[in-house]
Ligand binder design. Structure first.
Ligand code: DGY
Length: 334
């Protein structure tokens, strides 16, 4: 009897925690995870089909997932042993956080390490829109560049002296403001709550109501998280408040914009253009209305996609998981 209990205890002590990864991480991370855990890496269709996810997660202690994996009640309920969900993203809107917490599941995510990369992308898109870089690229590739250097040819807009409206002056918004300051841009922002004076001073930004921001901005850049409150925040009503010479940039989440309304606003020239890294349904195909518009710049959800940042995100995701499975708080938790 005693021996039996001892055996069971030893089995428990030597049993490796089981981890499910809904997609491959860097090799160095897989090697490290394999040493400690029994890992299973999904390698088929992306995102992992829900029925497969539900099946595979049943006996797992930990989950590493990505922003397109929907981790809802049904998935959480099927995971009888799950102790942690670590997402490879700063956004965690794809996880039912409240429910996971009720089930005492620790959440890990990857803020901070991707701030600069995402701000770089937002700024790249702003410059691209104003100077029509990818538009010119498309024209050349189609053999459409016929004459050189005309006074009206491919003219864009100056950035210096323009007003940038940052919707959501959080970590990424502030990093965008740093770049905008260097380019001689006037910065206004809107948050649910006005920030402390010293933050406004250090970012050289001025608080505006949402309507004020939309009315005054030459470029509106979105940096709010996706929540119930920000769901389709950018609709026709929002767009009509912007200047018809202004541009919209979204590197946050696709569902913050009601795409149908944006398509129609761009067609009717209610705003001048848009640059988008995120969409309602990703990936978008070549027949999406945005692909037919010259005043739209498109990116395939690559805000954090640099070699350096993606490695940092991997390291952080693994660390978050290791901590959670040793019953400690992940480095970044929700
Ligand atoms: C995130 O981490 O949430 C971003 O969307 C990745 O680019």
């Amino acid at each position: 009897m005693v021996l039996g209990c001892l055996h069971q205890l030893m089995v428990k002590m030597t049993r490796k925690n089981k981890i499910l990864l809904t997609r491959k991480l860097h090799d160095f991370a897989l090697k490290r995870l394999r040493k400690k855990y029994a890992i299973e890496v999904h390698s088929g269709k992306i995102p992992m089909p829900k029925n497969k996810l539900i099946d595979k997660i049943r006996d797992k202690d930990g989950l590493i997932c990505f922003p397109y994996d929907v981790i809802d009640k049904q998935v959480i309920d099927s995971a009888k042993k799950l102790r942690t969900i670590c997402t490879y993203s700063v956004g965690y809107d794809h996880i039912d956080i409240k429910y996971a917490k009720r089930k005492k599941i620790r959440i890990g995510y990857t803020p901070k390490v991707l701030t600069e990369a995402t701000a770089d992308l937002a700024f790249t898109l702003i410059l691209d829109l104003l100077r029509r870089v990818t538009e010119g690229d498309r024209i050349i590739r189609k053999g459409g560049w016929k004459e050189i250097y005309g006074v009206y040819d491919y003219v864009g807009n100056d950035l210096a002296g323009k007003t940038l409206g940052i919707l959501g002056l959080g970590r990424i918004g502030k990093a965008v403001s740093k770049r905008a300051n260097a380019f001689g841009v006037k910065i206004i922002y809107h948050n649910r709550k006005r920030l402390a004076r010293k933050i406004e001073i250090s970012t050289h930004s001025k608080y505006e109501s949402l309507n004020g921001l939309l009315r005054k901005s030459d470029v509106v850049s979105i940096h709010v998280p996706y929540t119930k409150q920000t769901h389709q925040l950018v609709d026709m009503n929002f767009l009509k408040k912007m200047k018809n010479t202004s541009f919209l940039v979204n590197t946050a989440r696709g569902n913050i914009i009601k795409e149908k309304d944006l398509v129609s606003a761009l067609r009717k020239k209610i705003i001048a253009g848009a640059a988008l890294d995120v969409f309602e349904n990703e990936p978008i195909g070549k027949n999406h209305p945005f692909t037919k518009m010259q005043n739209v710049v498109l990116a395939p959800h690559v805000g954090s996609s640099t070699i350096e940042t993606r490695k940092k995100m991997t390291e952080l995701t693994v660390k978050n998981l290791e901590l959670a499975l040793s019953d400690k708080k992940p480095i970044y938790t929700v």
